[in-house]
Design a protein around this ligand. Structure first.
Ligand SMILES: Nc1nc2c(ncn2[C@@H]2O[C@H](COP(=O)(O)OP(=O)(O)OP(=O)(O)O)[C@@H](O)[C@H]2O)c(=O)[nH]1
Ligand SMILES: [Mg+2]
Length: 610
């Protein structure tokens, strides 16, 4: 079934609610005060099944200027509009303001109802038509069908219904490329026996009974106990539709209008975002960088400060309280003091760099000229690296390929960052090899630090998993070779210095070898000793102690023999079998403990299963 949501708009008393009542049979004015005063104060709701079978939920908004914030909460998440003008009064101030708001939010479809036609003659009608054509020229309503009608006589209502059918038939499907539902909450109430219910316009994806959900920005977790749309109980609610969600695990007082109901992890509330911005037409003075503003997006309203990036048309918006935004969301800007709608814009980055940098206008211009699909690629190129799991929240997409980037572990890394890392690692290693030609390679830790530094300099943050993935990739590509705790360029051949090594190993042979300082004293230089350790010919068993690889291997098979015989492995038993002294036996056993071959149990060693 095709489901849609249409918001009304237009000046106070021009007949919006009467038209919704005439179309649906439901009076959208719910409150006693509204009925008494004949004035809509807060949002009203009703629905209608069109001849095609498509269902339209109406969000009826107030026209009075005092309630513009409620109007904004109503139209915020909705992209189809029934714009109402009373034929007897013609264009009025809130006709103008509502048009400005709609023009900033953009529409997927619009119909202009020229209502109360029973109150004017044909000349009056013609004058109203001409005025509407003039006022809407160059706006989102330009060219929208104008339907002459009356809620009192019923004239033109069939035509209006036919136009609604035509509009919804050409509306884009509400599902985003990734299923990423968001319901901006406009009402919260409790029903006896059922608990907390929130209503709102669902966009971006489906909600199912049983879903675990979260309400942002509070981060309150809840579970969907039941769903209704147009009073019908559903297992699954689809976008774009008016949905009532019965939640368990959450109190009414925890929630409010402007909160967003979403699936966990898919959205990230933001307190600072960057956007393109423009004033409404006919604004009497330019937007002031020092003004106190209110931002309206979805059904939410927030105090905000703006920082203009020169006169580029791009700004940084700082919110007093976080908001659940998507890139390409539209927002409306009102001056907090005068309560005047002054402008609005398009969200371009919901998680901008903490300092904008001189390139901010260029960065935002690139985003502004991209479709949603290209934003992931821009994001990765801006940041250098982005975890794959962050893409939905930051771009609204979850592509399998990102242009100009490569998947490394759980990350997307820009090609530029990849070559910067490879170059830094390769040149540091080349330097090391030149300085230490006899050593197998440098310490793995050294290369890790180097890579982390590279990432930190690029403001990516040195996630150890990313460092590991980057080094792993260089290894797979055959640039690096790891052996033991050493790492080298694949192209590096350690100089063996054969004779020196042979002399060193001879000096270190036997069950009671000299210490490192003693070897130095005997004329073996440090780089030779380290090279022998790197290559594994010498094994370090203590700060100053080494044994040859042969002795280490002997010691290990001694352990295994003892274990196989069922002989308890004590220091003295081990020492005796190996033919060494306590001075070597203890550090050797500790060496095996560290490598996970043995573990200590009182005064014995137990061989670990391998
Ligand atoms: N003659 C005539 N009167 C109408 C028509 N439609 C509405 N009215 C009257 O106009 C007045 C205002 O109508 P509403 O439907 O409440 O207007 P609204 O646009 O919803 O007003 P707000 O929600 O307060 O902005 C009421 O007294 C209606 O009876 C119409 O087609 N013809
Ligand atoms: Mg009304």
């Amino acid at each position: 079934m095709s489901l849609h949501v249409v918001a009304t708009a237009g000046h106070v008393d021009h007949g919006k609610s009467s038209l919704v009542l005439r179309l649906t049979g439901t009076d959208p004015d719910r409150f006693e005060e509204e009925k008494r005063r004949g004035l809509t104060i807060d949002l009203g709701y009703a629905w209608l099944t069109l001849p095609s079978g498509a269902e339209v939920g109406f969000v009826d908004v107030p026209g009075h200027e005092r309630f513009v914030r409620n109007m904004l909460a109503g139209v915020g998440p909705v992209r189809m509009v029934l714009f109402v003008v009373a034929a007897d009064e013609g264009w009025k101030p809130q006709s103008e303001e509502h048009l400005a708001i709609i023009d900033i939010l953009g529409v997927h479809g619009a119909i202009i109802a020229l209502t109360k036609c029973d109150l004017v003659d044909s000349e009056g009608l013609q004058a109203a038509r001409t005025e509407i054509a003039e006022k809407t020229a160059g706006t989102a309503l330009e060219g929208a069908p104008v339907v002459v009608c009356s809620s009192v006589t019923g004239d033109g209502i069939d035509d209006l219904i036919a136009q609604l059918d035509r509009m919804v038939a050409s509306a884009p499907a509400g599902v985003s490329e990734v299923q990423r539902p968001r319901q901006f909450i406009d009402r919260v109430f409790t029903i006896k026996g059922a608990g907390t219910v929130v209503t709102g316009t669902l966009t971006g994806g489906s909600l199912l009974v049983g879903h675990d959900v979260e309400v942002l920005p509070e981060g309150v977790r809840a579970r969907i106990r039941g769903l209704q749309s147009h009073k019908r109980t559903l297992e699954e609610a689809e976008p774009t539709s008016r949905v009532a969600v019965n939640l368990s695990g959450v109190e009414r007082d925890d929630l409010g209008r402007g909160d967003a109901l979403v699936l966990p992890g898919q959205w990230r509330p933001t307190s600072v975002f960057e956007a393109s911005i423009r004033p409404v037409r006919g604004l009497d003075k330019p937007l002031s960088p020092r003004g106190a503003y209110k931002i309206f997006a979805g059904s939410a309203e927030r105090d905000a400060r703006l920082r203009f990036y020169g006169d580029s048309g791009f700004v940084r918006v700082k919110l007093a309280h976080p908001l659940v935004l998507d890139v390409l969301d539209r927002f409306v800007l009102r001056e907090a003091g005068r309560g005047q709608t002054v402008g609005g814009g398009v969200v371009l980055d919901i998680a901008p760099p903490s300092r904008p940098g001189a390139d901010a206008p260029a960065r935002l211009a690139a985003r502004a000229s991209e479709s949603r699909d290209g934003i992931a690629s821009l994001l990765v190129s801006e940041r250098g690296a982005v975890p794959d799991s962050d893409l939905p929240a930051l771009t609204g997409t979850h592509p399998g390929e990102v242009g100009g980037a490569t998947r490394v572990g759980d990350w997307w890394v820009s090609d530029r960052m990849l070559s910067a890392v490879s170059e830094a690692v390769a040149s540091a290693l080349a330097e090391f090899h030149t300085a230490n030609p006899m050593r197998e390679g440098t310490d793995l830790g050294h290369v890790r630090t180097l890579t982390s530094d590279q990432l930190t300099r690029s403001r990516i943050g040195a996630d150890p998993a990313l460092v590991e993935a980057l080094l792993g990739r260089l290894e797979t590509q055959g640039v690096l070779v790891r052996s033991g705790s050493a790492i080298r360029l694949a192209s590096h051949e350690p100089e063996t210095g054969n004779e020196d090594v042979a002399r060193l190993l001879a000096a270190a042979a036997g069950p009671t070898p000299p210490s490192i300082p003693e070897l130095r004293g005997a004329g073996f230089d440090d780089s030779l000793i380290r090279a022998a350790m790197d290559s594994g010919a010498l094994v370090r068993i203590g700060p100053d102690m080494i044994v040859t690889a042969e002795l280490a291997a002997d010691a290990e098979s001694t352990l295994r023999e003892l274990a196989a015989q069922g002989t308890p492995i004590t220091v003295s038993m081990f020492r005796e079998r190996l033919g060494t002294s306590r001075k070597y036996a203890v550090p050797l056993l500790e060496h095996f403990d560290r490598r996970g071959i043995t573990r200590r149990d009182g005064d014995r060693r137990i061989l670990r299963a391998t």
